[in-house]
Design a protein around this ligand. Structure first.
Ligand SMILES: C[S@@+](CC[C@H](N)C(=O)[O-])C[C@H]1O[C@@H](n2cnc3c(N)ncnc32)[C@H](O)[C@@H]1O
Length: 247
Protein backbone atom coordinates (compact mmCIF):
# COMPACT_ATOMS: atom_id res chain seq x y z
CA UNK A 1 0.00 0.00 0.00
CA UNK A 2 1.09 3.57 -0.53
CA UNK A 3 3.18 4.37 2.58
CA UNK A 4 1.55 7.77 3.14
CA UNK A 5 -1.91 6.20 3.10
CA UNK A 6 -0.70 3.45 5.43
CA UNK A 7 0.43 6.12 7.90
CA UNK A 8 -2.99 7.78 7.82
CA UNK A 9 -4.74 4.42 8.33
CA UNK A 10 -2.36 3.64 11.21
CA UNK A 11 -3.15 6.99 12.86
CA UNK A 12 0.45 8.19 12.47
CA UNK A 13 -0.56 11.01 10.11
CA UNK A 14 -3.64 13.22 9.82
CA UNK A 15 -3.74 13.26 6.04
CA UNK A 16 -2.06 12.91 2.68
CA UNK A 17 -2.44 13.72 -0.99
CA UNK A 18 -1.32 10.93 -3.31
CA UNK A 19 -0.67 11.03 -7.06
CA UNK A 20 -1.99 8.05 -9.00
CA UNK A 21 -4.90 6.33 -10.68
CA UNK A 22 -7.44 6.02 -7.89
CA UNK A 23 -8.44 2.54 -8.99
CA UNK A 24 -4.89 1.26 -8.51
CA UNK A 25 -4.41 3.18 -5.26
CA UNK A 26 -7.73 2.06 -3.75
CA UNK A 27 -7.10 -1.57 -4.79
CA UNK A 28 -4.45 -1.76 -2.07
CA UNK A 29 -6.68 -0.29 0.64
CA UNK A 30 -8.63 -2.56 3.05
CA UNK A 31 -12.42 -2.86 3.03
CA UNK A 32 -14.25 -0.12 4.95
CA UNK A 33 -11.06 1.65 6.00
CA UNK A 34 -12.44 5.20 5.56
CA UNK A 35 -15.61 6.65 7.02
CA UNK A 36 -16.69 8.66 4.00
CA UNK A 37 -15.83 9.02 0.33
CA UNK A 38 -16.72 12.60 -0.59
CA UNK A 39 -15.87 13.21 -4.22
CA UNK A 40 -16.53 15.06 -7.44
CA UNK A 41 -15.40 12.70 -10.22
CA UNK A 42 -14.95 13.47 -13.93
CA UNK A 43 -18.37 13.55 -15.60
CA UNK A 44 -17.07 12.67 -19.08
CA UNK A 45 -18.98 15.58 -20.62
CA UNK A 46 -15.90 17.36 -21.98
CA UNK A 47 -16.97 20.25 -19.85
CA UNK A 48 -13.91 22.32 -20.56
CA UNK A 49 -14.39 22.23 -24.32
CA UNK A 50 -17.77 23.93 -24.24
CA UNK A 51 -18.10 27.61 -24.97
CA UNK A 52 -20.82 29.94 -23.82
CA UNK A 53 -21.79 33.48 -24.58
CA UNK A 54 -20.17 34.71 -21.39
CA UNK A 55 -16.74 33.56 -22.54
CA UNK A 56 -16.00 31.86 -19.22
CA UNK A 57 -14.85 28.64 -20.82
CA UNK A 58 -12.07 30.09 -22.97
CA UNK A 59 -9.54 29.52 -20.20
CA UNK A 60 -11.01 26.10 -19.46
CA UNK A 61 -10.89 25.08 -23.10
CA UNK A 62 -7.12 25.50 -23.22
CA UNK A 63 -6.77 23.49 -20.05
CA UNK A 64 -8.84 20.63 -21.44
CA UNK A 65 -6.63 20.21 -24.44
CA UNK A 66 -3.66 20.00 -22.10
CA UNK A 67 -4.73 17.33 -19.67
CA UNK A 68 -8.16 16.08 -20.83
CA UNK A 69 -9.03 15.10 -17.28
CA UNK A 70 -12.78 15.11 -17.92
CA UNK A 71 -12.78 12.80 -20.96
CA UNK A 72 -13.36 9.52 -19.10
CA UNK A 73 -16.37 9.49 -16.75
CA UNK A 74 -16.69 7.66 -13.46
CA UNK A 75 -16.97 3.92 -14.15
CA UNK A 76 -18.83 1.01 -12.55
CA UNK A 77 -15.56 -0.51 -11.34
CA UNK A 78 -14.48 2.76 -9.73
CA UNK A 79 -17.85 3.00 -7.96
CA UNK A 80 -17.46 -0.59 -6.72
CA UNK A 81 -13.98 0.15 -5.41
CA UNK A 82 -14.78 3.45 -3.67
CA UNK A 83 -17.81 1.74 -2.12
CA UNK A 84 -15.68 -1.19 -0.93
CA UNK A 85 -13.14 0.98 0.91
CA UNK A 86 -15.69 3.25 2.62
CA UNK A 87 -18.61 3.05 5.03
CA UNK A 88 -20.52 5.87 3.30
CA UNK A 89 -20.29 7.75 0.04
CA UNK A 90 -21.24 11.18 -1.34
CA UNK A 91 -20.63 11.55 -5.08
CA UNK A 92 -21.27 14.73 -7.08
CA UNK A 93 -22.61 14.50 -10.63
CA UNK A 94 -25.55 12.31 -9.64
CA UNK A 95 -27.58 13.49 -12.64
CA UNK A 96 -24.85 12.13 -14.93
CA UNK A 97 -24.23 8.88 -13.09
CA UNK A 98 -27.69 7.72 -12.01
CA UNK A 99 -27.37 4.23 -13.57
CA UNK A 100 -24.23 3.61 -11.49
CA UNK A 101 -25.91 4.12 -8.11
CA UNK A 102 -28.77 2.51 -6.23
CA UNK A 103 -31.88 4.39 -5.13
CA UNK A 104 -31.40 6.78 -2.26
CA UNK A 105 -33.54 8.98 -0.03
CA UNK A 106 -30.74 11.41 0.51
CA UNK A 107 -29.62 13.48 -2.43
CA UNK A 108 -27.67 16.67 -1.83
CA UNK A 109 -28.81 19.65 -3.89
CA UNK A 110 -26.32 22.46 -4.32
CA UNK A 111 -28.28 25.57 -5.34
CA UNK A 112 -25.76 27.73 -7.22
CA UNK A 113 -28.20 30.43 -8.30
CA UNK A 114 -30.37 31.31 -5.28
CA UNK A 115 -32.68 34.17 -6.26
CA UNK A 116 -30.41 35.47 -9.03
CA UNK A 117 -31.87 35.72 -12.56
CA UNK A 118 -31.45 32.77 -14.89
CA UNK A 119 -28.34 32.74 -17.08
CA UNK A 120 -27.00 29.84 -19.16
CA UNK A 121 -25.11 28.15 -16.35
CA UNK A 122 -26.47 25.13 -14.49
CA UNK A 123 -28.43 26.50 -11.50
CA UNK A 124 -27.91 23.39 -9.38
CA UNK A 125 -25.65 20.40 -8.92
CA UNK A 126 -26.74 17.09 -7.47
CA UNK A 127 -24.82 14.63 -5.31
CA UNK A 128 -25.85 11.04 -4.64
CA UNK A 129 -25.34 9.83 -1.06
CA UNK A 130 -25.51 6.45 0.64
CA UNK A 131 -27.13 7.99 3.74
CA UNK A 132 -30.58 6.93 4.90
CA UNK A 133 -31.86 10.34 5.91
CA UNK A 134 -33.60 13.45 4.58
CA UNK A 135 -32.17 15.16 1.49
CA UNK A 136 -30.02 18.25 2.09
CA UNK A 137 -30.07 21.57 0.28
CA UNK A 138 -27.25 24.12 0.32
CA UNK A 139 -27.41 27.56 -1.27
CA UNK A 140 -23.93 28.80 -2.11
CA UNK A 141 -23.87 31.22 -5.03
CA UNK A 142 -21.60 30.36 -7.95
CA UNK A 143 -23.49 31.68 -10.95
CA UNK A 144 -21.73 33.27 -13.86
CA UNK A 145 -19.53 36.00 -12.48
CA UNK A 146 -21.33 36.16 -9.13
CA UNK A 147 -19.90 33.84 -6.52
CA UNK A 148 -19.76 33.20 -2.80
CA UNK A 149 -16.49 31.39 -3.31
CA UNK A 150 -14.04 33.19 -1.09
CA UNK A 151 -10.97 31.17 -1.97
CA UNK A 152 -8.73 31.98 -4.96
CA UNK A 153 -10.36 30.75 -8.16
CA UNK A 154 -9.01 28.88 -11.15
CA UNK A 155 -6.76 26.52 -9.27
CA UNK A 156 -8.94 23.87 -10.93
CA UNK A 157 -11.53 24.34 -13.73
CA UNK A 158 -14.26 22.70 -11.65
CA UNK A 159 -13.12 23.67 -8.18
CA UNK A 160 -15.94 23.20 -5.66
CA UNK A 161 -16.60 25.98 -3.14
CA UNK A 162 -14.79 25.17 0.04
CA UNK A 163 -17.81 26.44 2.01
CA UNK A 164 -19.99 23.81 0.32
CA UNK A 165 -17.60 20.97 1.10
CA UNK A 166 -17.18 22.24 4.67
CA UNK A 167 -20.91 22.26 5.28
CA UNK A 168 -21.21 18.72 3.93
CA UNK A 169 -18.30 17.55 6.10
CA UNK A 170 -19.95 19.07 9.20
CA UNK A 171 -23.37 17.61 8.41
CA UNK A 172 -22.25 14.10 7.39
CA UNK A 173 -19.20 13.26 9.54
CA UNK A 174 -18.01 13.20 13.14
CA UNK A 175 -14.79 14.91 14.16
CA UNK A 176 -13.00 11.56 14.28
CA UNK A 177 -13.83 10.79 10.64
CA UNK A 178 -11.38 9.79 7.93
CA UNK A 179 -12.50 11.18 4.55
CA UNK A 180 -11.29 9.97 1.15
CA UNK A 181 -11.55 11.96 -2.09
CA UNK A 182 -10.28 9.66 -4.89
CA UNK A 183 -10.66 12.45 -7.52
CA UNK A 184 -9.45 15.29 -5.34
CA UNK A 185 -8.39 17.83 -8.01
CA UNK A 186 -7.20 20.97 -6.23
CA UNK A 187 -7.99 19.33 -2.89
CA UNK A 188 -11.14 21.18 -1.80
CA UNK A 189 -12.57 18.17 0.08
CA UNK A 190 -9.29 17.63 1.91
CA UNK A 191 -8.96 21.33 2.80
CA UNK A 192 -12.47 21.26 4.27
CA UNK A 193 -11.65 18.06 6.18
CA UNK A 194 -8.41 19.47 7.58
CA UNK A 195 -9.96 22.81 8.56
CA UNK A 196 -12.66 20.90 10.45
CA UNK A 197 -10.23 18.59 12.25
CA UNK A 198 -11.08 15.48 10.21
CA UNK A 199 -8.42 13.22 8.69
CA UNK A 200 -8.19 12.97 4.91
CA UNK A 201 -6.77 11.08 1.94
CA UNK A 202 -6.81 12.75 -1.47
CA UNK A 203 -5.90 11.02 -4.74
CA UNK A 204 -5.51 12.59 -8.17
CA UNK A 205 -4.03 11.26 -11.37
CA UNK A 206 -2.60 14.67 -12.32
CA UNK A 207 0.70 15.62 -10.70
CA UNK A 208 -0.15 19.29 -11.39
CA UNK A 209 -3.33 19.10 -9.32
CA UNK A 210 -1.62 17.06 -6.62
CA UNK A 211 0.95 19.85 -6.26
CA UNK A 212 -1.82 22.45 -6.03
CA UNK A 213 -3.76 20.39 -3.49
CA UNK A 214 -0.66 19.95 -1.32
CA UNK A 215 -0.05 23.71 -1.39
CA UNK A 216 -3.66 24.36 -0.41
CA UNK A 217 -3.30 21.95 2.51
CA UNK A 218 -0.13 23.77 3.60
CA UNK A 219 -2.02 27.04 3.36
CA UNK A 220 -4.45 25.80 6.02
CA UNK A 221 -1.46 25.93 8.41
CA UNK A 222 0.28 29.06 7.11
CA UNK A 223 -2.79 31.19 6.41
CA UNK A 224 -1.30 32.26 3.08
CA UNK A 225 -3.42 31.17 0.06
CA UNK A 226 -1.65 29.40 -2.82
CA UNK A 227 -1.61 32.30 -5.30
CA UNK A 228 -0.30 34.74 -2.69
CA UNK A 229 2.25 32.19 -1.53
CA UNK A 230 3.47 31.68 -5.11
CA UNK A 231 3.75 35.44 -5.46
CA UNK A 232 6.16 35.47 -2.51
CA UNK A 233 3.92 36.43 0.42
CA UNK A 234 5.20 34.96 3.68
CA UNK A 235 3.10 33.49 6.47
CA UNK A 236 1.82 36.11 8.91
CA UNK A 237 3.38 34.15 11.73
CA UNK A 238 6.68 32.34 11.28
CA UNK A 239 7.31 28.78 12.31
CA UNK A 240 4.20 27.25 10.70
CA UNK A 241 5.99 25.47 7.90
CA UNK A 242 9.62 25.42 8.87
CA UNK A 243 10.31 28.84 7.36
CA UNK A 244 11.59 31.31 9.89
CA UNK A 245 12.84 34.86 9.65
CA UNK A 246 15.40 33.99 12.33
CA UNK A 247 14.09 36.47 14.87
C1 LIG B 1 -14.11 17.23 -11.25
S1 LIG B 1 -12.39 17.20 -10.92
C2 LIG B 1 -12.34 17.43 -9.15
C3 LIG B 1 -12.25 18.87 -8.76
C4 LIG B 1 -12.26 19.06 -7.25
N1 LIG B 1 -13.58 18.81 -6.71
C5 LIG B 1 -11.77 20.45 -6.83
O1 LIG B 1 -12.47 21.13 -6.06
O2 LIG B 1 -10.71 20.87 -7.26
C6 LIG B 1 -11.97 15.52 -11.13
C7 LIG B 1 -10.50 15.18 -10.93
O3 LIG B 1 -10.34 13.78 -11.12
C8 LIG B 1 -9.04 13.54 -11.59
N2 LIG B 1 -9.03 12.19 -12.17
C9 LIG B 1 -9.53 11.77 -13.35
N3 LIG B 1 -9.38 10.44 -13.50
C10 LIG B 1 -8.74 9.99 -12.38
C11 LIG B 1 -8.32 8.71 -11.93
N4 LIG B 1 -8.51 7.61 -12.66
N5 LIG B 1 -7.72 8.62 -10.72
C12 LIG B 1 -7.53 9.72 -9.95
N6 LIG B 1 -7.91 10.98 -10.32
C13 LIG B 1 -8.52 11.10 -11.53
C14 LIG B 1 -8.77 14.67 -12.56
O4 LIG B 1 -7.38 14.91 -12.71
C15 LIG B 1 -9.52 15.85 -11.90
O5 LIG B 1 -8.63 16.67 -11.18
Amino acid sequence: MNPEIQQVLDGASDGCIVCGDCLEVMAEMPDGCVDLVLTDPPYGIHITKKANQYGRSTHLSRKATRDRWDDVPLSTIQVAELTRVSRNQIVFGANYFWPLFSETKCYIVWDKRGSLPDVPFAPTELAWTSFDRMPRHYTIINHGFITDMSEPRKLHPTQKPQLLMSRIVVDFTDVSALILDPFCGSGTTCVAAKMLGRRYIGIDISSDYVAIARKRLEAVDTGVPVKERDAGQLPLFTGHDGESDGS
